[in-house]
Write a protein that binds this ligand. Sequence first.
Ligand code: HPA
Length: 280
Amino acid sequence: MSDNGIDHAQRVIAQRVPGRAPRIGIVLGSGWNGAADHVTDAIEIAYADLPGFPAVGVAGHGGTLRVGRLGGCEVALMIGREHVYEHGRTNAMAGAVRTLARCGVRTLVVTNAAGSLDTTMPPGALMLITDHLNMVQRSPLAGDALSQNSERFVDMRDAYAPDLRATAQGVARHIGLSLHEGVYAWMLGPQFETPAEIRMLRQLGAQAVGMSTVPEVILARHAGLAVLGLSMITNLAAGMDTLALSHAQTLAVAAHAAADATRLLEALMPELDAVQGGNP
Ligand code: HPA
């Protein structure tokens, strides 16, 4: 994605939502879309009108940027993301993440549906991502035409900002929601894992597995954004349960946990905004 493309997308957003300055971006994954219905004063822009934004395809995902207020805060929600398994391009979200950063977004909240590797974290649970394993071993920054001021060797310590994680736990406690914590392993997909792969991931120290999010987090850290990551657990991972895995099952469990997910996101926004006040 060229700087020109980012400038163009930024101009489209500035024209369609004049005077609005979202400081929090949210990528809504499977199961998290309910939050979009709670956005007030919303203005929608189709990804198709935003150069560099993803072309989305999977059932259950949309394809619009919704700018508005959630929990009283100005936010930009990405409804629908592009997955690397759709075409093999790791930088599919580069234009979108960089455009949000250019528009003044300082924090990116990334959400997804994931399988659990921990029997004490059942389907329907929500998990705060503390760190990740990039099992795909590919990067959206590899081969990237970097602008002059940008760093190629991005520091991934504390990629999931400790202060935002503490804030999220505080908010969850306050609203009476139990928020698990763990390491998210990114597998390319689109096939689900084998039981042997799940045993491997458990040994490597992962608590959850999914097919998204990690490329966006790398892009966000590269763009200087603080990241908060949240997973909705939709199933026990392959071999840990007698149920067969399917996308339909993911969506069915997600429908049940959606109310908790929305409640958490809504309550989080003002608190994230307050932390950002101290992290200019
Ligand atoms: N594996 C990979 N991705 C997933 C899973 C899973 O078990 N559940 C939801 N997304």
